[in-house]
Design a protein around this ligand. Structure first.
Ligand code: UDP
Ligand code: MG
Length: 312
């Protein structure tokens, strides 16, 4: 197919990024992109003047569009809305804080032209990433890969290129708990990886609070794996076996006329097992909670305003 008949959509979720938007658009325009492209911002319920800035830039630049949510739905859902609306033959997703270097876009496109439908990027950390964030991130990848079938490597980011075939599949996915890094592994298609040097945030602070990070990690595990449910069974077996040992110990103590240990041991055993039970019930509860939300089948996000023709 002729180069010029293809079009790319760059989707950028933004949450309180008013000070970064103009810069992102100008940095992208400095890069040589061999196809016509459009930039679609998804304003994820920002409370600063992101909306105003988006209106201004969408007015002045014909290739810039935005979709505004009625409230904050999270980064992963903003990506979903972007993909739902995108009409490009290729869709690039990137962050709105310039941590994902636009200069990598030509390489992503080259890989697509070589025949890859998914081009995943991997971040090589810059030195100033806070220790806490680095440690959390490393732990997260260890846990998720141990528990789930979606194998993700350290540093994988929501900066990627997807062919429209892949995006068509993602448009059909209707799940409230999205974790795209797992989804791109799960979906199949021909994929490859490229690495990049992470930049520091241009302006503002990370919008991933500790709470949001934990919730993303839990979603990553719970929506790609039922292994934690099996974990309940193993722990259950382990406890049953331990209680047999305790029973034998009690019998021996009884027959050897030793005083049966009183309060202390009873309390230790009781609290141990009730703790274990609560953990297991909790795990099951998490899955039931997810079923509950999924069964209600509410709209995943609500759009307040859109300048992009295709958004519903
Ligand atoms: N973001 C969003 N909704 C949120 C949180 C973040 O759309 O609830 C956007 C944010 O504006 C940025 C991207 O997602 O463009 C990544 O967020 P951030 O840079 O805060 O994450 P970090 O780089 O610290 O992991
Ligand atoms: Mg960032």
């Amino acid at each position: 197919m002729n180069c010029m008949s293809k079009k790319l959509t760059i989707i950028i979720p933004v949450y309180n990024e008013s000070s970064n938007i103009f810069r992102v658009v100008s940095e992208i325009s400095k890069v040589t992109i061999p196809y016509p492209y459009e930039i679609l911002f998804i304003n994820d319920g920002s409370t600063d003047d992101t909306e105003l800035v988006l209106k201004e830039i969408a007015c002045t630049k014909k290739h810039v569009f935005f979709i505004s949510f009625v409230r904050n739905y999270g980064h992963q859902m903003a990506l979903k809305a972007g993909m739902d609306a995108a009409t490009g033959d290729g869709v690039i997703s990137m962050d709105g804080d310039l941590q994902h270097p636009p200069s990598l876009i030509p390489l992503l496109i080259r890989k697509w032209e070589e025949g890859f439908d998914i081009v995943i990027t991997k971040r090589q950390d810059h030195k100033n990433i806070p220790f806490m964030k680095k440690a959390m991130s490393a732990l997260f990848y260890k846990v998720i890969n141990a528990l789930s079938s979606a194998h993700i490597s350290y540093g994988e980011a929501d900066f990627r290129f997807l062919d429209k075939k892949v995006v068509a599949v993602f448009k059909k996915i209707h799940e409230p708990d999205l974790f795209w890094r797992g989804m791109v592994r799960w979906v199949g298609f021909k994929s490859t990886e490229v690495s990049y040097q992470a930049e520091e945030r241009f302006k503002g602070e990370s919008k991933y609070t500790f709470k949001k990070m934990v919730s993303l990690a839990l979603n990553g595990i719970l929506s790609f794996s039922t292994k934690p449910l099996y974990f309940s069974i193993y722990v259950g077996f382990g406890c049953a076996f331990t209680s047999i040992l305790v029973f034998i110990y009690v019998l021996i103590s009884f027959f050897s006329n030793r005083v049966v240990p009183g309060w202390t041991s009873t309390l230790i055993i009781m609290s141990f097992f009730s703790g274990v039970q609560l953990v297991l019930i909790g795990i099951i509860g998490l899955y039931i909670g997810k079923l509950f939300v999924q069964v209600k089948d509410r709209p995943l996000y609500i759009i307040n305003e859109s300048t992009y023709g295709n958004a519903d």
